[in-house]
Write a protein that binds this ligand. Structure first.
Ligand SMILES: *Cc1c(COP(=O)(O)O)cnc(C)c1O
Length: 224
């Protein structure tokens, strides 16, 4: 499955983040031995444990909701935080990253799904924030782009619409607030069920779990 997926992604140039949440370290090592280095986790505790136990050249992506009191645990080592969903957490990342003399790569999570269980910003919040506080005022955050999750539905047109919305938001933010920031280039969208549509709509980072590692044993509702 891994080889087929990589092959499929090679034409699009998108980076594959293998979402290993709930899965044992042995399964991560299995992909690691095949050369894979980008893994995603959605819980801070599990991320920290796996980082501690596994090879240090793994690039760890945090993709789940982050509470500000846990920021300091991940900032020393995380490769990219996809799930920055409030100004409060953004400020805390900037503050903690300064202590470690790091610049942490971050994506702004946008609320694009109709489901209301999802975390994320509305475009208007970001517009008012960055109008008053240009990104340069947070020197320890490296603003790399946006992330979003589509509605969990069989309606492919709805999913496509939501991904398109995210891409338009990316362009808008890029043009208005990050025009002189070449780091602002990523659109993290697409999971096992919808990554093909996401790639067609311009995804640069796909986050794929079940398709690589098999079904997880708990209900989806428990993880969002
Ligand atoms: C679990 C998760 C994924 C991967 O979902 P799959 O359906 O297993 O591919 C992607 N993104 C986020 C934010 C997740 O929590």
């Amino acid at each position: 499955m891994f080889a087929e997926l990589k092959n499929e992604l090679s034409s699009s140039q998108a980076t594959l983040v293998a979402v290993s949440k709930t899965k044992p370290e042995e399964q991560i090592l299995n992909l690691y031995r095949q050369g894979h280095r980008h893994f995603g986790e959605n819980r801070v505790q599990e991320l920290c444990r796996k980082h501690k136990n596994l090879p240090k050249d793994i690039n760890w992506h945090l993709i789940g909701h982050l509470q500000s009191n846990k920021v300091k645990q991940v900032v020393p080592f995380v490769h990219m935080i996809h799930s920055v969903d409030s100004i409060k957490v953004l400020k805390e990342i900037n503050k903690q990253a300064a202590k470690f003399d790091r610049q942490v790569k971050c994506l702004l999570q946008l609320k694009i799904a109709q489901e209301d269980s999802k975390y994320g910003f509305h475009l208007s919040e970001l517009e008012s924030f960055f109008t008053a506080h240009p990104y340069e005022t947070m020197p320890n955050v490296r603003f790399c782009g946006v992330m979003g999750m589509a509605t969990y539905t069989d309606n492919q047109e709805q999913v496509r619409d939501e991904f398109r919305t995210l891409r338009n938001i990316f362009s808008e933010l890029n043009y208005r607030f990050f025009a002189n920031n070449p780091d602002f280039a990523e659109i993290s969208m697409g999971m096992s069920g919808d990554y093909k549509i996401a790639l067609e709509e311009g995804s640069t980072l796909v986050r794929i779990g079940r398709m690589l590692f098999g079904e997880r044993t708990y209900a989806r509702a428990a993880l969002v």
